[in-house]
Ligand binder design. Structure first.
Ligand code: DSN
Length: 412
C-alpha cells in the first residue's frame, strides 16, 4: 500500500525535475535503465565481502553484477583495480585515507575556499579532524591553481599524500605536473575526479590515470550514473583499499546501486557518450560567451570544463544567496558558491556555480544555453519585479516544453 503523503512529495519532485532548468554542476539525470536498477530487487541482498569471497550465501548473481561494474570501469579508465562499493564520494575518500594514512599524517589538498572539497581537509570534516591537512589554492591574479605555490608547499611540508581535484574549479588541472612534484618529494598522489569523471572518460579532459596512485570519483555527476562512489588504484594498493572499504568503513554494499553503476559504465562505453561529453563543454562555452557579452565577471576568466563560477557580487551587486533565490523563483536551479578570496561568508557567498551536464542530458544545445544565460542575466541585472519574473518564467517554460525525459514516469 502506497503512503500517499510520501508518493505525492516524490511526484512533486519529479515535476520539478521535468520543468526546471537544472544547472547544479554536480547533478545529472540518469537513464531509465539506471533508475530501474537502482530500484531493483538487489536492494534485498546482503553481500558483505567481495565477489567469490562473501560472508553470505546466495551471492552468485550479485557477484556477476559487481564483477561487471569493476571490469567496465577499469576498461573505461585503463585502471588496474577498482572498488565499486563506496556509498558516496566522501566515503571513497575516507577509505583512501584509512588505507594510506595514520592518524595525524600530513596531507596537502586544495582549499575549499578556492574550489576544493570538504573531504580535502576542511577543519570541520573528518579529514581535517583526523589528519594534519595543509592547503594549496589559486593565485589572486588568474584565479587558477598557483602551481608554483603548490610546489613550494609540497617541498616545505613533505606531505605523505597530495590530493588533487575540485568541486568548483572551471579550468583544466595539470595532473602531470602535480603528480611529478608529489612523487619527487616522496608523497603519494591521489586525484578526486568526481566533477570531471565523465569528461575524462570521454577523453575531453586530460586523464589523471597515467600519473595518480589512487583516483576516486562519484558516479552521479558527469558520469551520469546513480548516487555513489568508486575508488581506482594501482595493483599495489588494491588489497589495502579493499580492506579499508570493507570491513574498514562499510558493511553491506548497496548491490542495487552497484548494478546501476554497472549500467552507467555500460552507457559510458557507448560512442554516444563521447558526443555527450563534448556537448557539455560546448554548452559551457556558449554560456561563457553570453555572460561575457552581458558584462559578467567569470572566475578564472571562463571555463574549460562543465562549469562556470559567476561573480554575481561584482557583476550585479548582489550576493550568491540572493542570486540563487532569484533564479529559483524563475525555475532555474543553481547554487550559491564562494569565489576565491570571497569577502562574504560561505552561506551568503559572492558567486553562483553553473553547470551544463544535466541540461545537456535533456538535449539542450548551444542556442538553448545561450538563451538560459540571457535569461539569467536579465533576471539578475534588473530590479526584482513581478513583470520581469513572469517574463523569465515564460522564457524558461518555452525552453523546457520540448523536453520529454521522464515523461512516462509517475508515482501517483
Ligand atoms: N557536493 C558536491 C558538489 O556539489 O560539488 C561535491 O561532492
Amino acid at each position: 500500500m502506497k503512503d500517499k503523503l510520501l508518493f505525492e512529495s516524490v511526484e512533486r519532485e519529479l515535476n520539478r525535475q521535468r520543468s526546471n532548468i537544472e544547472l547544479i554542476a554536480s547533478e545529472n539525470f540518469v537513464s531509465e535503465e539506471v533508475l530501474e536498477l537502482a530500484g531493483s530487487v538487489l536492494t534485498n541482498k546482503y553481500a558483505e565481502g567481495y565477489p567469490a569471497k562473501r560472508y553470505y550465501g546466495g551471492c552468485q548473481f550479485v557477484d556477476e553484477v559487481e564483477e561487471l561494474a569493476r571490469k567496465r570501469i577499469c576498461e573505461i579508465y585503463g585502471a588496474e583495480h577498482a572498488n565499486v562499493q563506496p556509498h558516496s564520494g566522501a566515503q571513497a575518500n575516507t577509505a583512501v585515507y584509512l588505507a594510506l594514512l595514520q592518524h595525524g599524517d600530513k596531507v596537502l589538498g586544495m582549499s575549499l575556499a578556492d574550489g576544493g572539497h570538504l573531504t580535502h581537509g576542511h577543519p570541520l570534516n573528518f579529514s581535517g579532524i583526523n589528519y594534519e591537512f595543509y592547503s594549496y589554492g589559486v593565485s589572486k591574479e588568474t584565479e587558477t591553481i598557483d602551481y608554483e605555490e603548490y610546489k613550494k608547499k609540497v617541498e616545505e611540508i613533505k606531505p605523505k599524500l597530495v590530493v588533487a581535484g575540485a568541486s568548483a574549479y572551471s579550468r583544466i588541472i595539470d595532473f602531470e605536473f602535480m603528480a611529478k612534484v608529489a612523487h619527487d618529494n616522496g608523497a603519494l598522489f591521489m586525484v578526486d575526479m568526481a566533477h570531471i569523471a565523465g569528461l575524462v572518460a570521454a577523453g575531453v579532459h586530460p586523464s589523471p590515470f597515467p600519473y595518480a596512485d589512487i583516483v576516486t570519483t562519484t558516479t552521479h555527476k558527469t558520469l551520469r550514473g546513480p548516487r555513489g562512489g568508486v575508488i581506482m588504484c594501482k595493483k599495489e594498493f588494491a588489497a589495502d583499499i579493499d580492506r579499508a572499504v570493507f570491513p574498514g568503513m562499510q558493511g553491506g554494499p548497496l548491490m542495487h546501486i552497484i548494478a546501476a553503476k554497472a549500467q552507467c559504465f555500460y552507457e559510458v562505453q557507448q560512442p554516444e557518450f563521447k558526443e555527450y561529453a563534448k556537448q557539455i563543454i560546448k554548452n559551457a562555452k556558449a554560456m561563457e560567451k553570453v555572460f561575457k557579452e552581458e558584462g559578467f565577471r567569470l572566475v578564472a576568466g571562463g571555463t574549460d570544463n562543465h562549469l562556470l563560477l559567476v561573480d554575481v557580487k561584482a557583476s550585479c551587486g548582489i550576493s550568491g544567496k540572493k542570486a540563487q533565490r532569484l533564479l529559483d523563483e524563475i525555475n532555474i536551479t543553481a547554487n550559491k558558491n564562494a569565489i576565491p578570496f570571497d569577502t562574504e561568508k560561505p552561506f551568503k557567498a559572492s558567486g553562483i556555480r553553473i553547470g551544463t551536464p544535466a541540461m545537456t542530458t535533456k538535449g539542450f544545445k548551444e542556442e538553448d544555453f545561450e538563451e538560459v544565460a540571457r535569461i539569467i542575466a536579465y533576471r539578475l541585472k534588473n530590479e526584482e519585479t513581478d513583470e520581469i519574473k513572469e517574463e523569465c518564467l515564460k522564457r524558461v517554460a518555452k525552453l523546457t516544453e520540448k523536453v520529454t525525459m521522464y515523461s512516462n514516469i509517475k508515482y501517483i
